[in-house]
Write a protein that binds this ligand. Structure first.
Ligand SMILES: [Zn+2]
Length: 217
């Protein structure tokens, strides 16, 4: 059964302490302090924001799709979901969500997956894995390496699971202005690739910007 759990936020954009637009295909890395609230806005709808989270004090302890799914007994993420690390530590909790459902099974696109899913001549195209690596390489934090590219969340992405247990990539379920908002429990590094995918119906073959806002509480 498909259930979309939509919860609105009371926070106002003008009260945010940080406000940035991540252009289509670009990346973003940022540290959240405990108690800070991060909102990701799908400005034009049906965009996929591929996101990784790390315990900033223990970078090897990163977001775990498996631990998060097992704890909440639901493969989709939405308001009420607490995002856990590999060790079971609580990183963030989703406190508002006007999209209603997010994927954490489909993984991030890469040059390799583009050739497997689409065609060999897609090898050169931009992809989330390369964006993640570029952001880590450009950051001042030398603790993060290629090996730290762990399972991610695809905010706003629609990856329904079939009754047989297969994954399908479908047209998006998000809409212009839809957002997801989460509170950090500990110092957390956020790494976003605003997916540049031109082969996937999730973003209507048209990558668009997303906006990130941060409040202190
Ligand atoms: Zn991607």
């Amino acid at each position: 059964m498909t259930v979309f759990n939509r919860v609105e936020s009371h926070r106002k954009a003008e009260d945010a302490v940080y406000d940035k637009t991540i252009l289509a295909g670009d990346g973003w890395i940022h540290e959240l302090k405990p108690g800070q609230v991060l909102r990701i806005v799908d400005l034009e709808g049906n965009q996929a924001a591929d996101t990784l989270f790390y315990d900033a004090d223990n970078p090897e302890d990163h977001y775990s799709a498996i631990a998060t799914i097992a704890r909440q007994e639901n493969i989709y993420l939405t308001a009420g979901t607490t995002l856990l690390t590999e060790s079971g530590k609580e990183l963030l909790t989703i406190v508002a969500d006007t999209c209603g459902r997010h994927d954490t099974l489909g993984g991030a696109c890469s040059a390799q997956s583009n050739t497997v899913r689409y065609a060999h001549d897609k090898l050169h195209m931009h992809n989330c894995r390369d964006t993640f690596m570029l952001q880590l390489a450009q950051s001042d934090d030398e603790r993060y390496l290629k090996r730290d590219l762990a399972p991610n969340i695809n905010f706003f992405m629609n990856v329904p699971v079939t009754p047989e247990g297969g994954l399908t990539f479908e047209d998006g379920v998000s809409s212009p202005g839809a957002y997801v908002e989460m509170t950090a429990h500990i110092r957390t590094i956020v790494l976003i690739s605003n997916c540049p995918q031109l082969n996937n119906p999730c973003n209507a073959y048209n990558p668009t910007p997303v906006r990130v806002l941060i409040w202190n509480e």
